[in-house]
Design a protein around this ligand. Structure first.
Ligand SMILES: Cc1ncc(COP(=O)(O)O)c(C=O)c1O
Length: 373
């Protein structure tokens, strides 16, 4: 049997909306699907605005630039995340300050943020990891105490709630990715969400080369072409219409794994529930408890059996690109501070959990995994 790590599903209005783009000729970054998708996402998360962009990485860059922080300001972020987060900070001329994750939720350890705050700190970037949100109450309390902005990376968190509030609506500025492994996909795509008028206006400028609104081809700053196309938004909108069903289905997939894998002592499973959230299992992660066993070993054996897996993220403090950039002091990157992030990145991986996964495929994955463990 061949079980890919993810298979996207298109069983809503995707084809109809796509055909409409082609029939009407609206295929670039102007068109009604962009507006509808932006409005729909803003409504879903309870923010005033959405700014559709080309992917989650450019959404992060747009969000950070929209805040217009002075060069050299510090932004706190988790060590266990994707490179896009730190890259957005560094490219904006800001200094990343890394914090370890917790052992169980794999999310930013909020109890370790305050010790990293200095006079230069201007923002905290939270990243909801693998289907469970960051504990936001302590983050908001620190943001208020030290007058910091909250940047929320909800790239993996469509339909996830924190104490009943939708992720993507929890930051001064927030972002989504719509890559095909996400709960809402547009092929490639991303969106910046905010309720702040100034951030919204600047995000639109960053996305579109800072075109002067009065006289085209005059540009007050260097910007980017980060625009999403109407074609992408057409698919995204159709996917957004299905988000409630998607979340139910993902919880079903995750719930099944939890039930049948919970008796294996050798592996740590995702936290199903905390006092502030229920996991939506964007992916289903597994961490090997035996320090002698590396994720690679098991991933290779699963691959030989036709089962797709993916590594966990690699710790940011060890990223060659960051070290080369030289923007962090060696003290800031000291390995001993990041023991949880180090451990899970070496011993963690995720197994198939895409929307297209069948029960037979899931049973096969579980059987093979149990044999190997
Ligand atoms: C937490 C997080 N942020 C940002 C991104 C970047 O999104 P994209 O792949 O659309 O550039 C990803 C990608 O999966 C992600 O997981």
């Amino acid at each position: 049997m061949n079980v890919p790590v993810n298979t996207p599903v298109f069983n809503g209005n995707e084809k109809k909306y796509l055909m409409d783009c082609i029939d009407t000729g609206w295929i670039s970054s102007a068109g009604m699907y962009i507006e509808k998708f932006e409005k729909g996402m803003a409504e879903l998360v309870g923010q005033k605005y959405g700014v559709a962009v080309s992917n989650g990485t450019t959404a992060l860059e747009t969000a950070v630039l929209a805040l217009n922080l002075s060069k050299g300001s510090e932004v706190i972020l988790p060590d266990f995340t994707i490179i896009s987060c730190v890259q957005a900070i560094v490219k904006a001329g800001l200094i990343p300050v890394l914090v370890d994750c917790t052992e169980d939720t794999w999310n930013l350890d909020v109890s370790k943020i305050e010790e990293k705050i200095t006079e230069k700190t201007k923002a905290i970037m939270v990243v909801h990891i693998y289907g469970l949100p960051v504990d936001m109450d302590p983050v908001w309390a620190l943001a208020k105490k030290y007058n910091l902005l909250v940047i929320e990376d909800a790239a993996e968190a469509h339909g996830l709630t924190y104490r009943g509030r939708q992720c993507g609506g929890l930051g001064d500025i927030s972002i989504f990715s719509f890559f095909p492994n996400k709960h809402i996909t547009s092929g490639e795509g991303g969106m910046v969400m905010t309720s702040n008028d100034a951030f919204y206006e600047r995000a639109k400028q960053v996305r579109n080369l800072f075109f002067d609104s009065e006289r085209r081809y005059i540009h007050s700053e260097f910007g980017n072409n980060f625009r999403m196309t109407n074609i992408q938004a057409a698919i995204g909108l159709a996917q957004l219409e299905q988000i409630d069903k998607t979340v139910v289905r993902k919880r079903e997939i995750g719930g099944y794994y939890q039930e049948v894998l919970s008796d294996i002592d050798d592996i740590q499973l995702p936290v199903a529930r905390t006092e502030y959230a229920d996991n939506i299992y964007w992916v289903f992660g597994i961490v090997l408890r035996d320090p002698e066993r590396k994720a690679d070993e098991l991933m290779n054996k699963l691959s030989e059996r036709g089962i797709g897996t993916r590594h966990f993220f690699y710790p940011i403090h060890k990223q060659p690109a960051l070290i080369k950039e030289g923007c962090c002091s060696l003290e800031q990157l000291a390995d001993s501070q990041f023991s949880n992030s180090n451990y899970i990145s070496e011993h963690g991986f995720y197994i198939p959990s895409g929307l297209g996964l069948t029960l037979d495929e899931q049973k096969y994955v579980v059987d093979e995994l149990k044999k190997l463990l």
